[in-house]
Design a protein around this ligand. Structure first.
Ligand code: SF4
Length: 319
């Protein structure tokens, strides 16, 4: 009989490590932005980015924006309050629905290290002070994290579970340029190398279906991302949401989204390549509101995950 292999998902990784159910609590703090949006490296952001589409918790749409040179932060108390409120709501839901026991506060939207150090410190420390929180996961760009912040996070990592999530998306500079990413792969490589030296946990984020990328290019991105020495990986199909630069290209027939079959096939091939010590943090993403333009198979994440599970099973892999 062929033996089935249970995949190393991030949930299983934490369960094994902490002997409890650990869940991430996504947080969106208003006032955070991105150097690729505010003009520091580019304007308009990545061609697929419409931040509010993946920031359902964002309630304060104030015009105030932080950056690395902001001298003072008059919104800090408000941000700390948002953090606490969002955390409590989601934590209670996860406890009730899944029996979650411990939590990682996940700074998800925008570039969560792109703010004055004192602001970051205040937010991270507040998050770590909440009951049942065992760590942080911080989503950011490789060009937007200072050595001071990295050193500080490394010191927190001695007592907590600290993860940094870097958006890699593709290892091809032509693609990164095409989607107005505002950084090249060399920058990503250098920052990840520095982060690794500090023993911080790293999650790399890849997108399949970027403009002009063949399956071989997507798989090459996976190979090179594995070689960076990351600890966990997230896969995501590129979908078009309204009010993004990609919408124009899509409407003009210049961009065709990846098909469901190609996405799943690329995903399975990628998962088969992963060494056992790289956990899987995400196999897809979905968006079920009317901001989604295409492809419509991305509108039902639940259906998609079940389909992916079945395909993995055919390959004797248990997700
Ligand atoms: S780096 Fe992230 S927040 Fe910034 S523009 Fe790109 S997708 Fe949007």
């Amino acid at each position: 009989m062929i033996e089935k292999k249970q995949l190393n998902t991030i949930g299983r990784y934490w369960r094994k490590k902490y002997k409890q159910k650990v869940y991430k609590v996504p947080i969106s703090i208003s006032g955070f932005t991105c150097p690729n949006i505010d003009g520091t490296v580019a304007r308009g952001g990545c061609s697929f980015c419409e931040n509010e589409s993946f920031s359902p918790n964002l309630t304060d749409k104030s015009k105030f924006k932080l950056n690395l040179t902001t001298k003072s932060n008059p919104r800090l108390q408000n941000q700390l309050h948002q953090l606490q409120t969002q955390f409590e709501i989601t934590k209670n839901r996860l406890k009730k629905k899944f029996g979650a026991q411990k939590f990682i506060v996940y700074f998800q939207s925008f570039t969560n290290t792109y703010a004055p150090f004192e602001t970051l410190k205040a937010l991270y420390e507040e998050a770590l002070s909440f009951d049942d929180v065992i760590g942080l996961s911080i989503g950011t760009r490789a060009d937007s994290i200072t050595d001071e912040t990295l050193q500080y996070l490394a010191s927190l990592n001695e007592n907590y579970e600290i993860w940094i999530e870097y958006g890699i998306q593709s290892v091809f500079d032509t693609t990164l340029k095409k989607v107005n990413r505002g950084e090249d792969f060399k920058t990503i490589q250098n920052t990840i190398e520095k982060t690794k030296k500090l023993n911080l946990n790293i999650c790399g984020h890849l997108i399949f279906g970027l403009p002009n990328e063949s399956q071989e290019m997507m798989l090459q991105s996976v190979r090179q991302t594995i070689d960076l020495g990351i600890n966990s990986i997230k896969f995501h199909p590129l979908y078009v949401v309204k009010n993004t630069l990609l919408t124009n290209e899509y409407n003009q027939g210049k961009f065709t989204p990846i098909s469901e079959d190609l996405y799943i096939d690329t995903l399975i091939k990628s998962i088969k390549m992963l060494p056992d010590d790289i956990s899987i943090s995400r196999v897809t993403a979905g968006i079920n509101d009317d901001s989604l333009l295409s492809p419509m198979w991305c509108s039902n994440k639940h259906y998609l995950i079940n389909k992916i599970k079945k395909e993995l099973q055919k390959n004797n892999l248990i997700y």
